[in-house]
Design a protein around this ligand. Structure first.
Ligand code: PRX
Length: 635
């Protein structure tokens, strides 16, 4: 019997128990049977929860790209590794085989070394979603350089902060990037960012848009001529299991961005294992995750997880609304996608549009559909399940974080029965617990609390780059001996988990704990409402009261606002209770969102409190202009 692939519910429970009772044996066997190692480990893991020290597969030697590429060549050399779907549907898609990927990564690795990059050096990658992004990431891993991918939508000041924090020696960027009908001047942003980044010695530039750009003598080099003369084979650098693989900054909704550091072997084993199980990947499937490689979802489940399993993975340069709202569905039909993994925010946006956009396309190649990044509300869950999954594809609501490296709680398709809005059960090796305010573990079912993980797992971040103390304090101090996720969750009568949102989004009103997510779900059920966000604001009697920012659908816009507000409160009163009614409602045209689609609640909280003094850094917002608009409407 294989430990790697879970085939039914009984097998899941058996594996889960094994992973808890005998974690060493469990991970030892998975690592041993499914990867290529230069040298095996002396010990499976070693840890100290108080000090936040974790080591996996001690003293093993490995290179993750040998496992992502080289070992597939004999059997899958001609198989497509990457399908590149360009922003413009008239531009031809590219199919890159494993053989071609090998040569491209080898050439890039040789170029990096020729340009002086050595094991342990940090390389910032600021590229659009084009094949060169995947190649650059893998080439860094090939030579042991630590990649720090910065989403190519961040402003120059955000890029500077990230480059300087990890002292990157090199930046890999492009002349520009396409996003929908816009062209973005990426090189211009890098030029500006580098004015304050003295650590960067070289900039390699990919040609994508053919825009005229500035090339700084002695610093900037076009990549293609270097690749043209580079050798097409490369001996991978031997890495220790705990050598750093990459740094990835978390979105930084509060304070300085945190450079989460992930290391090699544990990350490799866990992303491969979870990809195989959560997406039920079979040999000829085409897998598509719509995230950007600039986020952890893209790292783990566009690149590493799929390639470690010899999968075909789609890299999509565009956006769901270009040329129109049918783009996702068109691409699924075009490439015969089997697994589709996206975010609730995209689902909600697309569900607002006419259903014709979906129904025009054949989606019957789909087997599994997935969701990630935020709680998926009931309405969006059903729309996705019914119209995209055709009620036939299991919908995997996957809960995890940049810090966790891989998916932690998720249904396993065709194994775990799904339940709307529930991430369901922990994957083998993951031991979630719910904690109360007194820091006690809450036993039993039908309970809610702060979600912690009480035992290490292979792909957990090892530290915050340059600030281990902050890592310890942020994640291992609130509940000593446990990893604190920052999320709240409930465990239902059968032990399924539902993530209720960040614990800091819970608002206590007259002594009652109210999660913002269930209230928002209820409001969103009102036929005139498109989206909403709830925050708390100080109230003399109740302690806190609720303030709702609500976006109306087009159909709701002509309606009387006072009546609408009454109806919304009636709905909340009916579904949750009068305690959850909103004291104030402001109808808005948009909500401030980070580029990963998360609502920046701290800004809404300040507006709700009437404190317009300092909104902090709003440069990473997708739509900074909305802040002014909401503020002015309130004044
Ligand atoms: O609050 C949880 C939410 O996203 C947070 C992690 O964000 P980030 O590090 O950007 O990673 C997102 C992609 C893995 C979590 O603390 N979150 C993520 N997935 C879910 C979720 N909330 C509810 N349900 C999910 N499936």
């Amino acid at each position: 019997m294989s430990y790697y692939k879970i085939h039914d519910l009984e097998n899941y429970f058996k594996m889960y128990k094994k992973s808890v009772r005998e974690p060493r044996k469990f991970w030892d066997r998975i690592a041993d049977e499914n990867f290529t190692w230069y040298q095996k480990w002396d010990k499976v893991f070693e840890f100290d929860m108080e000090e936040a020290q974790f080591k996996w597969f001690l003293n093993a030697k490995v290179n993750i790209t040998k496992n992502c590429i080289d070992r597939h060549l004999a059997k899958r050399g001609d198989k497509t590794a990457i399908i590149f779907e360009p922003n413009n549907p008239d531009e031809e898609a590219q199919h890159i085989s494993y053989n071609e990927l090998y040569v491209r990564v080898a050439k890039m690795a040789n170029v990096l070394q020729e340009q002086g990059i050595k094991k342990g050096d940090r390389v910032c990658i600021y590229l659009p979603m084009i094949p060169e992004l995947a190649v650059a990431v893998l080439a860094c891993a090939r030579i042991g350089a630590i990649h720090s991918v910065v989403f190519a939508g961040f402003s120059s000041s955000a890029v500077t902060a990230r480059i300087n924090d990890s002292e990157c020696k090199m930046v890999i960027t492009s002349d520009g990037g396409y996003r929908g009908n816009k062209t973005i001047d990426l090189k211009g942003i890098i030029d500006e960012a580098l004015e304050k980044s003295p650590c960067v010695e070289k900039v390699l530039v990919v040609k994508r848009t053919n825009e005229t750009i500035n090339m700084k003598e002695g610093r900037d080099l076009w990549l293609q001529p270097l690749l043209d003369t580079a050798l097409g084979n490369h001996i991978a650098t031997i890495m220790d299991a705990e050598d750093p693989l990459f740094i990835l900054y978390t979105s930084g909704s509060t304070g300085k961005p945190k450079g989460m550091l992930h290391t090699t072997a544990g990350y490799m084993v866990y992303t491969a294992y979870t990809f195989k199980n959560v997406f039920n990947y079979e040999e000829n499937d085409v897998y598509w995750c719509t995230a950007d490689i600039g986020w952890i979802t893209g790292h783990s489940y566009i690149l590493y997880g799929p390639l470690l399993n010899g999968a075909t993975t789609v890299i999509f340069e565009g956006v769901p609304s270009y040329p129109d709202f049918s783009r996702f569905w068109e691409v699924i039909e075009k490439h015969k996608v089997s697994q589709f993994y996206t975010a609730p925010t995209a689902i909600r946006a697309l569900a607002k549009e006419s259903i014709d956009y979906v129904q025009r396309f054949q989606l019957d190649t789909l087997k599994v559909i997935g969701s990630v990044g935020e709680p998926i509300n009931e309405e969006a869950w059903h729309w996705y399940n019914d119209h995209v999954g055709g009620k036939r594809c299991p919908l995997v609501d996957t809960w995890w974080q940049t810090e966790t490296g891989g998916i932690m709680i998720s249904p396993i398709p065709f194994v775990t029965p799904t339940k709307p809005t529930y991430a369901s059960l922990p994957l083998p090796g993951i031991q979630p617990v719910l904690m109360d305010e007194l820091r006690n573990e809450i036993e039993g079912n039908q309970v809610t609390g702060s979600l912690c993980i009480k035992f290490p797992w292979p792909s957990m971040a090892r530290t915050i780059w340059g600030d281990h103390q902050r890592y310890k304090e942020t994640y291992f101090s609130a509940y000593p001996g446990k990893y604190f996720t920052g999320d709240g969750a409930l465990r239902d009568e059968v032990g399924y988990y539902r993530i209720t949102g960040r614990v800091d989004d819970v608002i206590i009103v007259s002594g009652h704990n109210l999660g913002t997510a269930p209230i928002e779900d209820t409001i969103n059920e009102h036929p005139a409402v498109a989206e909403s966000a709830i925050v708390g604001f100080p109230h003399d009697i109740k302690g806190n009261a609720l303030y709702g920012f609500i976006i109306l659908k087009e159909t709701g816009e002509g309606r009387d606002r006072t009546n609408l507000a009454k109806e919304i409160n009636q709905l909340i009163s009916d579904q949750i209770g009068p305690i959850a009614k909103l004291d104030k409602i402001q109808f808005v045209s948009g909500l401030p969102k980070t580029r990963s689609g998360k609502i920046m609640r701290r800004i809404l909280r300040k507006i709700a409190e009437g404190d317009f003094s300092n909104f902090g850094d709003i440069s990473t917002l997708l739509n900074p202009e909305i802040v002014e608009e909401i503020k002015n409407a309130k004044l």
